[in-house]
Design a protein around this ligand. Structure first.
Ligand SMILES: C[S@@+](CC[C@H](N)C(=O)[O-])C[C@H]1O[C@@H](n2cnc3c(N)ncnc32)[C@H](O)[C@@H]1O
Length: 488
């Protein structure tokens, strides 16, 4: 449920600005010219976000700031636009099933802009405390302002039908019965595609039947923002008191911000480059590599083979710098390599634009190597609202092949006695255990270390030797970590 409490009519205070009008030409009613409807800018912004994601395949978190700026939305208005835009994207499959149950036309015959508006209205009806009449009226106003009265009437009729029941009643009617299809039922209830719920259940293993609901619910919740206090720049305690957050439970460099903290980039410590946004799970897997036991001394030669946009390179670079070492950071994309350069500015890190499978770097030359492999990102869906409906199961085999090749390259670059951390922000078994066992099967010079040993104090890590973190267990993204030490 949204914490937003709009005015009784569901519109937000206008702060003295004139209402925006988006009517190309006012539609004429039966009794002469009718006034163009007032359109709420927060909802207009949310609708534009849906359009950008649908038409341009935009990433919601990258598209939203520009949209908010264009509408000059801040504070509560920006928060409402974000909640409605992100929430609608996250819940799309559930919303579509409810909309479909209430239309006479097949969904494929509903024009895409109308479908966006229907999703936005349905989200407000089912998953916020916005009064139903306000959810319907503001959506109908939006449609009337751009698509005219006929379309507005169509949307009005469907939303009124949808608003006759709450979310639980629609789920009870439309979800597959739990007795016949427990995974399908959980997927529908928590607005996930079934294949992703299946992947979570597989990764949870024996805990799946008991924990799948909690895992999907945590994945569906609005995530708390985590910050990394850059080693040597600021302590987590200093950062927490500067930002009004609390120290993270597991990472000594982590801070959890309070929900509703405003524009993160405007926090002093972030603007000054002392801290950056980074999920605590990402911090833990990078720390895991830094803490892993080597055979022989650590010469301070570290490598990050898939570095963009540079969050873990910033942490590893900060840590290796404390001991006088250095980090090579490889990234295939020129643009993302630029982001890495920004993230590691001032640290002893050299950024290379190269394919990590054939980077021109020393063979057997590194003490510690991170492979934070490109993956489906199923473990960070809570931070990427549209991703769960965009990803396809067909993406997995190709990614797994690339992951195996990158892990093979990492094992070439690490010295005997050195350690490779294989990391994904996906719990999908084909991308995690499947990749590691596939590579280990062909080698007799690699030891699989127990990664639980490098995460002291973190409970519920399973039987090892690899570690799978979970939002519902650890409050982190679902990061996977395997530690492999070269023996010869
Ligand atoms: C999961 S992200 C890494 C996140 C990063 N470690 C961080 O913490 O910010 C994977 C990265 O690998 C890059 N990548 C994909 N294929 C690659 C390849 N063959 N060689 C090197 N980098 C690659 C992607 O562009 C992406 O930036």
């Amino acid at each position: 449920m949204s914490a937003h409490q709009p005015r009784g009519d569901g519109r937000l205070p206008r702060r003295g600005r004139p209402a925006r009008r988006h009517t190309p030409g006012p539609p004429r009613g039966r009794h002469g010219p009718s006034r163009p409807p007032e359109v709420d800018p927060a909802r207009q912004a949310a609708l534009e976000l849906l359009t950008a994601v649908r038409e341009r395949d935009a990433y919601a978190n990258l598209a939203l700031p520009t949209i908010l700026r264009r509408h000059r939305l801040r504070d509560r208005d920006a928060a409402l636009a974000t909640e409605l835009g992100y929430g609608t994207l996250r819940t799309q499959g559930l919303l579509d099933a409810v909309i479909e149950a209430c239309t006479d036309r097949p969904m494929s015959h509903v024009e895409a802009p109308l479908l966006d508006a229907l999703r936005l209205g349905t989200y407000q009806l089912l998953r916020t405390r916005i009064p139903p009449h306000a959810a319907v009226d503001t959506t109908v106003d939006l449609v009337r302002s751009t698509a005219g009265s006929r379309s507005a009437g169509f949307v009005n009729a469907i939303l009124r039908r949808i608003g006759q029941r709450d979310e639980a009643a629609w789920v009870a009617e439309l979800a597959p019965p739990a007795q016949e299809d427990a995974i399908g039922h959980a997927a529908f209830t928590h607005a996930h595609p079934r294949w992703i719920a299946q992947a979570f259940a597989d990764a949870l293993g024996p805990a799946g039947p008991a924990e799948l609901d909690a895992a999907l619910a945590a994945d569906d919740a609005r995530p708390v923002v985590h910050l990394l206090a850059r080693p040597g720049e600021i302590t987590a305690e200093e950062l927490a008191s500067a930002c009004g957050g609390g120290p993270a439970p597991y990472s000594p460099y982590g801070v959890h911000l309070e929900p509703g903290t405003g524009e993160i980039g405007e926090l002093g410590a972030v603007a000054e480059g002392l801290a950056l946004v980074q999920d605590e799970g990402s911090q833990l897997v990078a720390l895991g590599l830094a803490r892993a036991a080597l055979e022989g001394p650590d010469g301070g030669r570290w490598l990050d083979l898939c570095a963009g946009p540079g969050g873990k390179a910033a942490l590893l670079g900060g840590l290796v710098a404390l001991d006088g070492g250095s980090l090579d950071a490889v990234e295939r994309s020129e643009h993302r390599a630029g982001l890495v350069r920004r993230a590691v500015d001032g640290l002893p890190v050299i950024v290379h634009v190269a394919d990590g499978r054939e980077a021109p770097l020393p063979v057997g030359g590194y003490d510690r190597v991170l492979v934070d492999a490109p993956c489906t990102g199923l473990g960070a869906l809570r931070r990427r609202p549209e991703a769960r409906w965009r990803r396809r199961p067909e993406d997995v085999p190709e990614l797994a092949k690339l992951q195996r090749e990158l892990l093979g390259a990492a094992l070439r670059h690490v010295r005997p006695g050195g350690v490779v951390a294989y990391v994904t922000c996906s719990p999908h078994l084909a991308e995690t255990v499947g990749v590691v066992t596939g590579v280990l099967r062909r080698r007799d010079d690699v030891e699989h270390l127990d990664a639980r040993a490098v995460l002291p104090g973190v409970g519920d890590l399973g039987p090892g030797p690899s570690v799978q973190l979970w939002p519902h267990r650890h409050g982190t993204d679902a990061m996977f970590l395997a530690l492999l030490r070269r023996t010869g």
